[in-house]
Design a protein. Structure first.
Length: 642
């Protein structure tokens, strides 16, 4: 049998074990991947669940039995006293317990006295002198801006967490999580892994809670920088989430966080001294940091200029920044036209003696969304330029985490905002923030109109199937009633052909009729006059209009025609939806896509696709209702009716 040799796990390996477990790995898979035993993996996971850390702690030696202690040596010395093996078992046991207890008390007293002497000779630490003021300001700010039903998440490094103080002031919050950062400067890799783990768990809480306030405290610029970078990468600093940063650093030392804090809903509490603290707001697209409130031990918390904490920094900019917007053709919301301008090349005439001009392509943007952007620029005091995405799509988040199109440009901060309108999906919401909905639209099937044709069964079209069935049933019941009444009152049976001739509008000669037969035949003739007049008028209307078949009225009927290719716009919310759904007709669309029955185009390719493929009947376009109406109107203007 092969003997298994176990080795002690380092702090980096423990962090990796916990990280893989949070990512969803099984205990057995983690043990195989890290090369440790299943028992070790389970022990560190349980340690993380109970204590929230995997750092080293002193271990006591494995206790041996009294028989081992007393049988291997002649005497045991504990605290300067000896135990003779010749003593009785009970006596030896009592003496050892007393000596061990006295020795423990002695060591504790010595350590406490030494620590007290060292503490007395040291100056008063900042944690005790200024940490109290910082926590008082934090409690006041959170209490003033608190909304019932919100949750709290605490991150920190260094001094005591403000979680207990804030919790005592607010009462029971909807949810609370405290993440205390371990201090391990010797292993930066492990430190970063644990930081990402904490950010990942906080992100799960933000997704579950509708209102979240983050409280981060530290005096270490490196910790704040790493935490801010990880939070931005994980999408934790979204605008609905309120972030409160507590530090004893001066505000001037936080310039490196200006860009990140200015784009988020952040307040910074800075207490560089014991007598004054300030609450600061980083203004967007500016190096300016504005003071929201001030705090002093005598006056408490006083608002400076704003009526509330966490002000709306994007209501109107103090300076006039130049923003970048992403846009792509999406009629009628955004329409792009190209214009060729001839530009003279500088220096060409001096070098060759003649001028030379080259074509410079410019894009002219128009549509409803450009008007919305102009109104926002005027009211919020900014200017903007429009850039087009490299792939020409609206974009989404792929399975491997990459983002494409305009969504990727906004998520990577290549542009400041995107002009849509964008379809709302969960995958996009992890990357970008949405505004309020500006339009509600639905999908339409746009196909080529069929050719006029003659329907041999067109004479049945004036009435529906239920009308024809009701008429035949009424005729059958009428003839059955006439036959039954004739058997009861007269010997001779009446002619049933009379009722059929009335239905077919044919003349007939009537003999002597019985008393019960006259009202029955008269009522049938009245009903037939009404029905035949309605039938004649409807039939004339149908004959005056050509019959053109339109077979695709639902997505199900389109799926029943495998010879027809579906055309979708590339990388839209609808495409992401049918690629991720597991039920219904959209799942069948995904199966058709896997079989090659779906063709993707860009918005700029709509006119050519409709003219060359859709109008011929081999392809069918599926897009928004407003876009389909605009495309039909443009095609009618260029090529006539479909």
């Amino acid at each position: 049998m092969r003997q298994q040799v176990f080795r002690p796990t380092g702090l980096e390996e423990r962090a990796e074990i916990v990280w893989l477990w949070v990512e969803g790995w099984s205990v057995k898979a983690i043990a195989q991947y890290t090369g440790t035993s299943i028992t070790t993996v389970y022990r560190w996971i349980r340690r993380w669940q109970k204590e929230g850390n995997v750092s080293d702690r002193p271990r006591s030696g494995r206790p041996r039995s009294d028989a081992q202690n007393l049988g291997n040596i002649d005497g045991v010395v504990v605290g300067g006293n000896s135990i003779n093996p010749s003593d009785s078992w009970e006596k030896r046991n009592v003496r050892m317990q007393v000596m061990t207890t006295c020795s423990s008390i002695y060591y504790v007293v010595v350590v406490y006295v030494c620590a007290a002497i060292i503490w007395a000779r040291q100056p008063l630490p900042q944690d005790a002198s200024q940490g109290v003021e910082l926590m008082q300001v934090a409690v006041s700010v959170v209490k003033a801006s608190w909304q019932p039903g919100c949750s709290l998440i605490f991150f920190g490094q260094g001094y005591t967490s403000p979680a207990s103080l804030i919790q005592d002031e607010l009462g029971s919050a909807w949810g609370k999580a405290v993440f205390q950062e371990i201090k391990d400067p010797s292993n930066n890799t492990t430190h970063q892994k644990l930081s990402r783990l904490l950010i990942h768990q906080a992100r799960q809480g933000v997704r579950q809670w509708w209102c979240v306030t983050l409280v981060v405290w530290s005096d270490n610029p490196s910790f704040l920088a790493n935490w801010t970078y990880s939070a931005l990468q994980a999408g934790l600093l979204v605008w609905p989430t309120q972030l409160l940063v507590l530090t004893r650093l001066p505000v001037s030392h936080l310039d490196s966080f200006q860009v990140a804090f200015s784009q988020a809903n952040v307040l910074t509490i800075s207490c560089p001294s014991q007598t004054s603290c300030g609450v600061w707001s980083h203004q967007p697209y500016s190096r300016h940091v504005e003071q929201v409130a001030s705090w002093s031990p005598h006056q408490g918390l006083i608002l400076s200029s704003y009526k509330s904490f966490f002000p709306d920094k994007f209501y109107r900019f103090s300076e006039r920044p130049l923003l970048r917007a992403a846009a792509e053709e999406f009629p009628p919301h955004i329409v792009i036209k190209e214009r060729q301008d001839m530009v003279e090349i500088r220096g060409w005439q001096e070098a060759t003696g003649r001028t030379r001009e080259v074509a410079n392509t410019k894009y002219i943007f128009s549509g409803a969304m450009t008007q919305v952007a102009s109104f926002l620029a005027q009211s919020m005091n900014f200017t903007y330029i429009i850039e087009r995405p490299p792939d020409g799509s609206f974009g989404t988040r792929l399975a491997d985490g990459r983002t494409t199109g305009m969504v990727g440009m906004v998520g990577r901060k290549e542009v400041d905002f995107g002009l849509g309108p964008f379809g709302i999906t969960a995958a996009r919401a992890e990357v970008v923030d949405y505004t309020a909905p500006v339009v509600s639209d639905f999908l339409r099937i746009l196909g080529g109109r069929g050719r006029p044709e003659v329907d041999p069964w067109g004479f049945l079209l004036p009435f529906g199937p239920y009308v024809w069935c009701s008429m035949l049933c009424a005729l059958f019941l009428l003839m059955l009633s006439a036959h039954f009444l004739a058997d009861c009152f007269i010997k001779n049976k009446p002619s049933m052909a009379t009722y059929i001739r009335v239905l077919l509008q044919e003349n007939t000669s009537l003999g002597e009729l019985s008393g019960w037969e006259r009202p029955m035949l008269g009522g049938w003739m009245t009903v037939m006059v009404v029905l035949t007049q309605s039938y004649t008028g409807t039939l004339m209307s149908l004959l005056a209009v050509r019959y053109i078949p339109q077979p695709f009225q639902t997505l199900r009927t389109l799926l029943d025609q495998p010879a027809v290719t579906m055309v979708w716009e590339y990388d839209t919310a609808y495409v992401h939806h049918f690629r991720t759904t597991e039920t219904g007709d959209l799942k069948k669309v995904r199966d058709v896509d896997a079989a090659g029955g779906v063709e993707y185009v860009l918005a700029t390719q709509y006119p050519n696709t409709l003219r060359d493929k859709v109008r011929l009947g081999s392809h069918v376009f599926i897009g928004e209702h407003l876009t389909s109406r605009v495309l039909m109107a443009d095609q009618f203007s260029q090529s006539g009716p479909w």
